[in-house]
Each structure stands twice: as structure tokens, then as C-alpha cells.
Design a binder for this molecule. Structure first.
Ligand code: NAP
Ligand code: ZN
Ligand code: ZN
Length: 358
């Protein structure tokens, strides 16, 4: 008689929201035994993305609970399936926002799994390809992932400050590359938080001229240290007069609704504003702010596995990682409130060793 295949065998400990808007608390669950192409990762660090907060609060709708958030995962491979070829025990690896996709559609075949026509399998708050098994994220001590959806973290990148590259890093790298930020290009980053600070560093490394549009001048010195050429407060109406028609590319990372027309007016002829921030409510835009200079409004979501790997090599080469505040998991709820208050410099990262503390 064939032995019954036992799934959900690996005991895992983490933090979960038991229902929408709940505080995160200790939570035990199980993950599958590794399949042939899986790796088991001992999670060392996990970044706190504002998307975690949107989803725990069910601001986008459709959240499922209990929810273990976390898609900025860095850890060490501790076990491999029988047919894995890319990774071995002891490798430093990362996992980002998705852990699977259909693998057949045109975007998947092009390595753009984030645009999978069937929808990629989100690392948490999603379901596996079986259509029913819920996924759980990185605020936990272990994760089991198909090796094709795992990233290699270059040896010189510290694991703690590399963890947020899996989302914040690639979310800025991808549009900056796609819309060709580089020498002679004037790039603005709206919102100087987790995503925004990576935008400054990457656009600077690409030799673009970088301007930060932040709601106050409070963080100006930090931005300059990270490579920003200019810094303006959006609370000052003069900013919008002075910078009218100036930028080739604007990346909007803000987590709340903005008056988009005010910002598109800052674009030069043929300029593009890319939205990556994902506020709860819809935003509208005035047609005249687009037509008056043949401007484009675009959007971008994270990046595919090949481009995420490319981004990690780029960051390694340019000595780029995230500015982080390392916290024990017991402080996660406090950290959430500080992110909502824009009081983060510039990414909270959970040290998973703290899971062992009471
Ligand atoms: P974050 O660290 O909280 O940064 C957001 C920034 O937005 C803040 O630092 C702040 O910048 C600005 N902001 C926040 N509240 C504001 C307010 N009331 N008025 C004006 N500005 C405000 O968040 P994050 O992790 O970078 O994420 C940013 C957004 O991107 C979130 O909506 C997240 O869900 C989304 N996201 C999208 C993708 C994607 O693939 N498209 C990936 C990851 C995250 P200043 O202080 O400089 O004004
Ligand atoms: Zn994220
Ligand atoms: Zn697909």
C-alpha cells in the first residue's frame, strides 16, 4: 500500500492577526514537508512593509485570517527537496511577495510572474495553486518555498538590511529600470518611507538626478546622505510652482490618496508618473494635467524573479541596502503604528531570534 503523503508537517511559530485590524499575537501553525523542488528556509529577518498593514487592516478588501504577514524574508536554507538544484543547505536566500505562479502564461514565461494572468500566489493572504491552501508569510521562523521562487542573497549583503530589498527594493528598481532612469534624467520620488528611500538610492546609483517630494523638510538631511540632489516639502504650495514641467519620471510611493493632477503637472513633455503606492481609496486625475504635455500615468507592481535577482546583484555591486531599525517581534504592533505615523527610518525589520523570547 502506498504510504499516505503527509502534508503540513513542519511546526512553525510566528505572529498573526486573528481578524481584521487585530493586534498581531503569537501563533503556531504547520507548513508542508518539502516537495521535490522545495527548500525549507530558517527565517532570520523579515521587513515590515506598509502593504502588511493595509492587509491586516483589510483596507484592500478580501483579506483572510488568521494572517501571518511578511514578504520581505531573508534566511538560511536548512533542508532541500530531492530534486532541488539551485540551492543547498546553508545558502543565504530571500523570498519576496509571491511564492508561485501558473508558470505557463506569457508574463510567467518572460519572468514577469508578478503579472501572471492567473494571478501569482502571494506569500501570505493568498492561496496555493491547489486553490484552497492558505499561504502564510515571514513573521515566522520557517517557510517552505519552491526553489524557482527563491532569491539568492549575495554574500556581501547583510541579511537584516537585505530583507526589505525583496519588496521595497524591487518595487522601485523595476519601474526605474523600465522607464530608464539614468544620466540626464530628472527623477522625483514622492514619499520618503521604506519604498521611497530605496528609490533614492537606486536612482542615484543609476546616475539620475534625484528629487524627493516629502510632506515636510524633516528628513532632508537623510535624503541627501542617501544620494538625493534636491528635496522639497509638498506642504509648501511654492514647490508646485517651482517644479512645474520639470521631471521626466515621478514615482509615487505614498500610502494615502494624493491629488494626482498636482503632481502630473510637475512632469515635462512626455514625462511619466508611475504609481506604486496603494492607498485604500481610489484616486482621480484631471485630463488636462495629462494632455497638456503628452504625459503618461502608469503603474507598477514589485518585480519578477529574474529582475529581483538582478536587483540584488545591482545592490551588492553598488553597496546598497536598506536603512533599518531592527526590532524584536514583540514590538511589531508598536512598529505598525509608527509606520502609519510616518515615523520610520526607513524600514522596520523583525529579528526572528526574538520569537524564542517570551
Ligand atoms: P511607508 O514606509 O509608510 O512610506 C510611505 C510614505 O508615504 C511615508 O513615508 C510618507 O512620506 C508618505 N505618507 C504617508 N502618509 C502620508 C500622508 N498622510 N500624507 C502624505 N504623505 C504620506 O510605506 P512603504 O512600505 O514605503 O509603502 C508605500 C506604499 O506602497 C504602500 O501603500 C504600500 O502598500 C505600497 N506598496 C506597493 C508595492 C507595489 O509593488 N506597487 C510594493 C510595496 C508596497 P513622507 O514622510 O516623505 O511624506
Ligand atoms: Zn511589500
Ligand atoms: Zn502565469
Amino acid at each position: 500500500m502506498a504510504a499516505e503523503i503527509s502534508r503540513w508537517m513542519i511546526p512553525v511559530h510566528g505572529y498573526a492577526a486573528k481578524q481584521a485590524k487585530d493586534h498581531l499575537t503569537s501563533y503556531s501553525f504547520e507548513r508542508r514537508e518539502p516537495r521535490d523542488h522545495d527548500v525549507v528556509i530558517e527565517i532570520q529577518y523579515c521587513g515590515i512593509c506598509h502593504s502588511d498593514i493595509h492587509q491586516v487592516s483589510d483596507e484592500w478588501g478580501g483579506s483572510t485570517f488568521p494572517m501571518v504577514p511578511g514578504h520581505e524574508i531573508a534566511g538560511i536554507v536548512s533542508q532541500v527537496g530531492t530534486k532541488t538544484s539551485r540551492y543547498k543547505v546553508g545558502d543565504s536566500v530571500g523570498v519576496g511577495c509571491f511564492v508561485d505562479s501558473c508558470r505557463k502564461c506569457s508574463p510567467c514565461r518572460r519572468g514577469l510572474e508578478q503579472y501572471c494572468v492567473e494571478g501569482c500566489t502571494l506569500t501570505y493572504n493568498g492561496v496555493e495553486r491547489d486553490g484552497k491552501t492558505p499561504t502564510q508569510g515571514g513573521y515566522s521562523n520557517k517557510i517552505v518555498v519552491d526553489e524557482n521562487y527563491v532569491l539568492r542573497i549575495p554574500d556581501n549583503l547583510p541579511l537584516d538590511s537585505a530583507a526589505p530589498l525583496m519588496c521595497a527594493g524591487i518595487t522601485l528598481y523595476s519601474p526605474l529600470m523600465h522607464w530608464k532612469a539614468g544620466p540626464g534624467k530628472k527623477v522625483a520620488i514622492i514619499g520618503f518611507g521604506g519604498l521611497g528611500h530605496m528609490g533614492i538610492k537606486i536612482a542615484h546609483a543609476l546616475n539620475a538626478e534625484v528629487t524627493v517630494l516629502s510632506h515636510s523638510l524633516k528628513k532632508q538631511e537623510d535624503a541627501k546622505r542617501m544620494g538625493a540632489d534636491h528635496f522639497y516639502a509638498t506642504s509648501d504650495p511654492k514647490t508646485f510652482e517651482k517644479l512645474k514641467g520639470y521631471f521626466d519620471l515621478i514615482v509615487n510611493t505614498v500610502s494615502v490618496e494624493l491629488d494626482l493632477s498636482k503632481y502630473t503637472n510637475l512632469l515635462a513633455l512626455d514625462g511619466t508618473m508611475v504609481i506604486v503606492g496603494l492607498p485604500e481609496k481610489e484616486m482621480s486625475i484631471g485630463a488636462f494635467s495629462l494632455i497638456s504635455a503628452r504625459r503618461s500615468l502608469a503603474g507598477s507592481v514589485i518585480g519578477g524573479i529574474p529582475e529581483t535577482q538582478e536587483m540584488l546583484h545591482f545592490c551588492n555591486k553598488h553597496n546598497i541596502s536598506c536603512d533599518i531599525e531592527l526590532i524584536p517581534i514583540q514590538k511589531v504592533n508598536e512598529a505598525y503604528q509608527r509606520v502609519v505615523n510616518s515615523d520610520v527610518r526607513y524600514r522596520f525589520v523583525i529579528d526572528m531570534k526574538s520569537l524564542k523570547q517570551k
